[in-house]
Design a protein around this ligand. Sequence first.
Ligand code: GLU
Length: 503
Amino acid sequence: MREIRVRFAPSPTGPLHIGGARTALYNYLFAKKHNGKFLLRIEDTDQNRYVPGAEEYIVEALTWCGIHFDEGVGIEGPHAPYRQSERKHLYFEYAEKLINEGKAYYAFDTTDELDAMRERLTSRGVATPQYDYLSRYEMKNSLVLSPEEVKQRLEAGEQYVIRCLIPSEKEIVVNDLIRGEVIVHSSRLDDKVLFKSDGMPTYHLANIVDDHLMEITHVIRGEEWLPSAPLHVLLYEYFGWQAPEFAHLPLLLKPDGNGKLSKRDGDRLGFPVFPLRWVDPKSKEISSGYRESGYLPTAFVNMLALLGWNPGTQQEIFTMEELIEAFSIDRVGKHGSKYDPEKAKWFNHHYLSSLSDLEIAKLLHDQLVGKGIETDMSRLIKIAPLIKDRITLIPDIWEQSAFFFTSPNVYDEKMKNKVWRLDTPDMLNSIKKFISDQNDLSPEVLEPALKDFIQQSGLNMGQVMNTLRLALVGSAFGPGIAGIIYVLGKENTIERINLLLSS
Ligand code: GLU
């Protein structure tokens, strides 16, 4: 059996949108599932749209997601180079071959002449005026000009393009693994440009030639490429090559389902649409990323996987290995999937709260370092289990634990008015004494002991707990009191009680 080989072939025109990340992920899962290879090819033939930093961004984003490629830019492989601009020398001979076989032709039309052609067709009532079987014989190309004139023009260095000669009467069948048979009549296609006189192929030619040379077996890409697929199928036929299988993935939709998810939706509704933060090199505009917003790559990947694919069961939580195991193209839906920002948070909460205490402690440690707060790991490991269930995004780890690092300097007025009574100072003093008498502050021991003490002293449980919380946190916030005392330790707990007493 042929080895399964798939590729992710982004153009470095900006940061990778989550739709692109999903395409990469599905390719990766498909390759791994079938013990195949996943390639990263950079399609940078359109120099006008090239954005510096975009390629590095794409590689970094894939690496963050844990989507590793077997061949591609940076790591190379048997079909190197994997950057189309470095393969430039390869493409002309293929365009020339098509010309020699009468399947493509030189065209010398200027922009003005192309505009005039469109106007002419429009005035004749043609709905989609384009360079095709209707118009090509009225234009300046090697189908019309004599061979001598074509030769002269080429030798004189005149600007030209090479266009694909599309047959006028042909049903082109694209077999799509997701959509089934898509039949397009060739009369609807235009004679697409395959090669330009700047020595660069267009996307269509380079894509087909490279997929062939790189032995790609399955082309899994976004739905926006479906209109190009008939031309690609025709080109495979023209070259006499076996076409790969196609699978066009449905769009990622806005949360309300009305149209394609765009960066503007993210800005408007407050969620990132890019895996990593991106600073536009020209405008300096900053776009937020999942990584910087505090998402774990495991959560991001799990969420992405289910945006368009479903396992056919109720299971929602998947590791990468489980996704590889469960993934199949048959279970990718035909219809667009609505992006749900709340579900993304749900996944992140799940993955964050499933981390070990040490892992959470490390994340907290990184945040403390950023804030210039020094502390030892053993304290952070004590904090981790207390905040675990209260964190959705990584910055919440700091927000949920900030009070451990600074004593309250203001108290919630409303809460204070509610809990404070004449005998509160006596009560707090007796609690102070109780705490300083304890040998073991671990919550399992302290919590029942504190409760016993409160009961035996005839104090009101709710009132004591709320007052203690006011002293230790400053407000009605935070995990259980015993846990807080455990982390703060005797000295700091008593210090904070004194602080409230003297406020
Ligand atoms: N370079 C195209 C893109 O930017 C690739 C499309 C394809 O996978 O064929 O998405």
